[in-house]
Design a protein around this ligand. Structure first.
Ligand code: LLP
Length: 422
């Protein structure tokens, strides 16, 4: 059995996050319940900070991974900027107190309204993904008498060796500007009165657990920096996109500081050590800093399969249904000495795709609590109201203290925006 994520420990027969027993939180706040460890987030961030110390750099947390305000605040207070992908994320970022100059705006489909708002508050950089978007941004900025800071997201055509849905840097993906047209597009951007070129950007995918795709992407991006600068356009910062993968089930991604040692050596060897380095890690900062607590409702043994029906579902934890993703599931209070049997752990939603784990060996009874691990990233932020299920509550643990950072959504909350016909 691989070790538990940092700050999650089995003590006095039950799981704790930092100093707080998880069963206490479930009893106080109900289930499903997301619980996060502040120390785990800060430890993950520290690996990036160590790796980049002494360099001009900006770590922009990709808030799509988990955009709850207190999570943003925790990282912003440590100096992080934020990578946003929508007007909604911009408002969350501002509410969390980020310095707008540390906000970068990614995504293939920014609207004029989103561009206007981002220009109005003075964000640091637009990561532009197409010529059409560049032209619209130029027009919007000129209309406001401003110059929009831009970086072009280039598509390095590198295989990130991850799930096809979360691989973004190949020619067949909708993202980025093709490597071949990057120089011409930079020339065009530099000639637009409403734009100011500040950097270059790439992103090859998510849940990357190998070093090579990063090194390949860096080579391809630096080739472009050389070509773009030879064409007379200066590149101030180089943004290497998202962060590392995490350990879901024995995955062994490199440590962030070790990876950066290799990347920086390459950067220096190629003569670009003076550039500001931007990165946009999401999953690796929060993924293993969160668990989702769920209660066992019913045991439903069957001829072909045994189903363990829990109160969390695909609307709370969409990753298994969407990507066949594996999340470890652990009893909060293990029943030592009782026989385990094989279960499919499923939720109450009316879909056969509503499963959290297949073939898990567990000794459980109705009323027991389970912890779904590695649930800090792309779980709550992807949660939905399918089946009119209210979204879960969230708690942040810091040492022995636990703070509710989001209340459980009620049916009334869900009905609030709707109207009956007269
Ligand atoms: N920057 C950009 C432009 C991105 O598109 C992403 C993630 C990131 C940064 C952050 O990547 P990370 O450090 O988290 O790997 N919902 C999927 C993951 C989608 C990732 C999309 N882009 C999942 O649950 O696995």
């Amino acid at each position: 059995m691989s070790p538990l994520p940092a700050f999650l420990t089995l003590r006095n027969g039950e799981l704790h996050f930092e100093g707080v027993p998880l069963s206490r939180l479930a009893h106080e706040h109900g289930t499903p319940l997301f619980v996060y460890s502040k120390a785990a987030m800060l430890e993950a961030l520290a690996a990036y900070q160590r790796g980049l110390s002494g360099r001009k750099h900006l770590i922009c947390y990709a808030m799509k991974a988990n955009s709850s305000l207190a999570i943003l605040q925790t990282l912003v207070r440590e100096g992080c900027g934020l990578d946003i992908v929508s007007g909604g994320e911009l408002e969350r970022a501002l509410a969390a107190g980020v310095d707008p100059a540390k906000v970068i705006f990614s995504g293939v489909g920014k609207t004029r309204a989103e561009m206007r708002r981002a220009l109005e508050v003075g964000i640091g950089c637009f990561n532009v993904e197409s010529i059409a978007e560049l032209d619209v941004l130029d027009e919007v900025a000129r209309g406001m008498g401003l110059r929009a800071p831009v970086s072009l997201r280039v598509n390095p055509n590198v295989d990130a060796k991850t799930h096809p849905y979360i691989s973004t840097g190949l020619k067949g993906n909708k993202f980025g500007i093709a490597h071949e047209s990057a120089v011409a597009t930079y020339r065009h951007a530099a000639s637009c009165a409403g734009l100011r070129v500040v950097g270059i950007d790439c992103h090859i995918g998510s849940q990357i657990t190998q070093v090579e795709p990063y090194l390949d992407a860096m080579d391809r991006v630096l080739d472009l920096v050389e070509a773009v600068e030879a064409a007379g356009v200066h590149i101030g910062h180089i943004d290497f996109g998202g962060g590392l993968g995490i350990d879901y089930s024995g995955d062994v991604p490199p440590a962030a500081d070790a990876l950066w040692a290799q990347l920086l050596a390459k950067l220096d060897a190629r003569g670009f050590g003076d550039r500001a380095i931007y990165i946009e890690p999401g999953r690796s900062l929060v993924g293993n800093a969160g668990v989702c607590l769920t209660e066992v409702l019913y045991l439903k043994p069957g001829e072909q399969k045994n189903f363990l029906i829990v109160d969390a579902a695909m609307n709370d934890l969409p990753r298994p249904a969407m990507y066949q993703a594996y999340h470890r599931i652990e009893p909060v209070k293990p029943r030592d000495g009782e026989a385990s049997i094989m279960w499919d752990v499923v939720g109450p939603v009316c879909e056969s795709g509503d499963w959290l784990g297949h073939e898990r060996s567990l000794a459980v009874q109705p009323g027991d609590l389970l912890a779904v691990l590695s649930a800090g990233a792309y779980c709550m932020s992807m949660a939905s109201n399918y089946n009119t299920r209210g979204r879960a509550a969230e708690v942040l643990v810091d040492g022995d203290r636990a703070t509710v950072i989001r209340h459980r959504e009620t049916a009334a909350d869900q009905l609030r925006l709707e109207t009956l016909l007269s």
